[in-house]
Design a protein around this ligand. Structure first.
Ligand SMILES: *Cc1c(COP(=O)(O)O)cnc(C)c1O
Length: 372
């Protein structure tokens, strides 16, 4: 067993290196390295076409995208969000001077439960930041109804939702703004990177200014903007990567199918249903380890590790349990029973284009054996 290569929860897809050389040559020739150069502009156009969206502004990572989205919409005070996410969701609120208010998730999708939002609204609430967890769309209509009623902005942390479509349109068009991440661990990557999907050219322009220190022209600065620009190297890699996304999604869907089949009859193992109706992205493969399984979640996690298989406990601990959040009244686990339970039961299994049939079968076999 020790001679086998370790398997990780994800592995970036890298197109053939030779295919990247012409892009590098072009950068070396024209000597534009960043600041909205030709590859940056090309990638924005290519993403609009590929994702069926109207306007996008590239960033050096998703976290700066989230912070800038809050700044662009002038979000102040309290923001309602989910504890069941990567820590950057709530961190972006702190960085922009907002107070996160956690509401519980619902048990099927593990997304923010819209029926819990109204009770969390106060006179200080100005926005909602939900997450399309694992690429499963939130109940966007219910969230929009509440936001419209209370005049709140909605910023989707769509970092898991690249390529997801629901009811005939990109899920990235939902909300006032949506933010995606192109980090190396995500379905589509530019090494590091991210983007804000904007509804109109005016909003995109404001965001383009904010990610460049607030510069509007050589002499005019309109806000204390950050440096969030994507470099030409990252943008060029994104253009190349985009050509391979159909293959990436096809392989991921095959792996998803094989897991569902292989894990179907194992008592105490629940695969999370895929909710997106039209186009899914198979970005993660979460399972829930219930009490009738022969091992605890952490015992299964350790057992897989013994076999060189590195699953991940996304999302454990909950964001609300980290020291900078746990003092908040909304962080109390009594306020978040579903999220608390999910964080104790979840395990994300390896899923990426290069995962071999052999390794996937080993994973299924270890889970199937349990304590035996
Ligand atoms: C990856 C991720 C982020 C942060 O994106 P970076 O590009 O790594 O800054 C934020 N939120 C969620 C839900 C993520 O998965």
């Amino acid at each position: 067993m020790s001679s086998l290569k370790p398997v990780y929860v994800t592995q970036p897809y890298l197109p053939p290196l030779d295919d990247f050389i012409p892009y590098l040559k072009e950068i070396w020739d024209n000597k534009v390295l960043t600041n909205g150069g030709p590859f940056h502009q090309q990638l924005e156009r290519a993403l609009c076409t590929y994702l069926k969206i109207d306007h996008v502004s590239l960033f050096s990572n998703g976290t700066l995208g989230l912070i800038t989205a809050l700044q662009a919409l002038r979000v102040t005070g309290e923001v309602i969000t989910t504890p069941y996410s990567f820590v950057a969701t709530a961190h972006s609120l702190i960085w922009h001077g907002n107070k996160p208010v956690f509401v519980d998730i619902e048990p099927i999708t593990l997304n923010m439960d819209p029926t819990k939002i109204e009770a969390a609204i106060t006179s200080k609430t100005t926005a909602i930041m939900p997450v399309h967890c694992y690429g499963n769309p939130c109940d966007v209509e219910a969230i929009k109804r509440i936001a419209d009623n209370y005049n709140l902005r909605v910023i989707y942390d769509a970092c898991h939702a690249f390529g997801v479509e629901d009811r005939g349109t990109s899920i990235l068009k939902q909300g006032d703004l949506a933010v995606v991440s192109f980090h190396a661990t995500k379905v589509f990557n530019t090494f590091e990177g991210g983007a804000i999907i904007c509804p109109d050219a005016e909003t995109k322009q404001r965001i383009d200014h904010l990610k460049n220190f607030g510069f509007v022209d050589e002499l005019t600065v309109i806000a204390p903007g950050i440096n969030g620009k994507m470099s030409e190297i990252n943008a060029a890699f994104g253009l190349l990567q985009l050509k391979h996304m159909d293959f990436v999604f096809r392989r991921r869907s095959e792996i998803d199918f094989a897991y569902r089949k292989g894990l179907d009859n194992i008592e105490g193992i629940h695969c999370l249903p895929q909710i997106a109706s039209d186009v899914k992205n198979f970005s993660y493969f979460p399972i829930l380890i219930k009490s009738d399984y022969s091992l605890s979640r952490d015992q299964l996690y350790d057992k897989l590790k013994e076999f060189g298989i590195n699953a991940r406990r996304y999302f454990y601990p909950l964001i609300s349990q980290f020291p900078m959040y746990r003092g908040l009244p909304s962080a109390d686990s009594k306020n978040l029973p579903i999220a608390t339970q999910a964080s104790r039961e979840v395990l994300c299994l390896p899923i990426y284009p290069a995962l071999s049939e052999f390794d996937q079968q080993r994973i299924i076999d270890v889970i199937g054996k349990g304590c035996a």
